[in-house]
Ligand binder design. Sequence first.
Ligand code: SF4
Ligand SMILES: [Zn+2]
Length: 304
Amino acid sequence: MKAWIERERLDGEIADCLTLVLPTKGCSWDSCYMCNYTSESDRNATQDGIYSEFLKAVEKRDADMVKIFTSGSFFDEREVEKETREKIYRKVREKGFRRLVVESRPEFVSDEIADEILESGIDFEVGIGVETSNDDYRMKLINKGFTFQDFVEASRILRKVGRVKAYLLLKPPLLTEREAIDDILRSVEDVKPHADTISLNLMTVHSGTVVEELYLRGVYRPPWLWSAVEILKKARVDMICDPVAGGKRRGPHNCFRCDREVVGEIRKFSLTQDRSVFITDCECIERWRITIQAEELTESPVFP
Ligand code: SF4
Ligand SMILES: [Zn+2]
């Protein structure tokens, strides 16, 4: 099991967050075009095994808050049963973590789950990968299998008892760089009334995915880091962004010379929300501008 400490924002402060990936049976949906999390799952995972991995991780390290990734949905009984969740809550309370962050698809959120959260007495944040507010993009380009309204409804239930983090995905396949940026800026406005935190995820090409097939055929390039910077500067809302695989060929990247600095600035911005951290200049920004302008002259192959 992977576990590490990272820095996160917690009630306006910078806090230590213990982040762990619990190997469950994996996501029930398992069909999104960019995802290969099932490869990190364990078909033979047992509930005792999941809980003992969790215990091992929390007993070893101290942190202000804890974030659990299950490579799927924390509230999916197939992955983490209620009894195991209750044991996890007891331990979270005992260790005095100030917040528990988990992830779930909307179909596993219900009034019963809201009662469970309330009874846990824990400050909860639930991340939902809504990816975009555009149903066509989410259904056809990401294959997410739920609508924006499903997200809104799950958020309504969850926000009575806790916080909601909405994940947005920069650059689903087949969108131009410009369309992808505009999609996020529009999505931020649509998602804002239904989320306490917005997290911008920058596409990374994972092996065994549809996105990888497109990438290998030369028809998909991960987003430029400059696109993320433009969004973070323009969006009039607090946003966080961790450019996973930033500066790698299969991750969000610029020219490979300025990437390290720009990734550092994006991370710094996520912790401080200070737009003045963006100071890097590089000749590749002109290439990015030209790419975007050239794309504007051509029609999108999918959504004219
Ligand atoms: S819902 Fe999440 S874990 Fe499941 S396939 Fe989609 S991105 Fe992967
Ligand atoms: Zn550069």
